[in-house]
Unconditional design. Structure first.
Length: 94
């Protein structure tokens, strides 16, 4: 993996870098964790050897479906009408 010299403040959170022969991972604005999971405070101007991220993966364009998803649906079935006795109303029997 390629490395380049940069300032600690320029690294994004989660970036991995090397400082004085030890490997670190940036956790916050001025905090990094080393290989032993110990937190270390770094000043913004500290120069570190940062790992260059791999080049972004180029995705192929998505293939359009043969027909839109709305054509796969059918209308929802309608409820069967119920017959009510004359003494019933909408909330139940009286």
């Amino acid at each position: 993996m390629k490395r380049h010299l940069t300032q600690f403040s320029a690294l994004p959170v989660g970036a991995r870098f090397e400082f004085r022969g030890r490997r670190y991972e940036k956790l916050a604005l001025s905090l990094a964790r080393d290989e032993d999971c110990c937190g270390n405070v770094f000043q913004d101007q500290t120069e570190v050897w940062a790992d260059l991220p791999p080049p972004p993966r180029v995705l192929e364009p998505r293939r359009q479906p043969a027909r839109p998803w709305t054509e796969h649906l059918c209308p929802a079935p309608q409820p069967a009408p119920t017959r009510r006795a004359p003494h019933e109303h909408a909330l139940g029997t009286v």
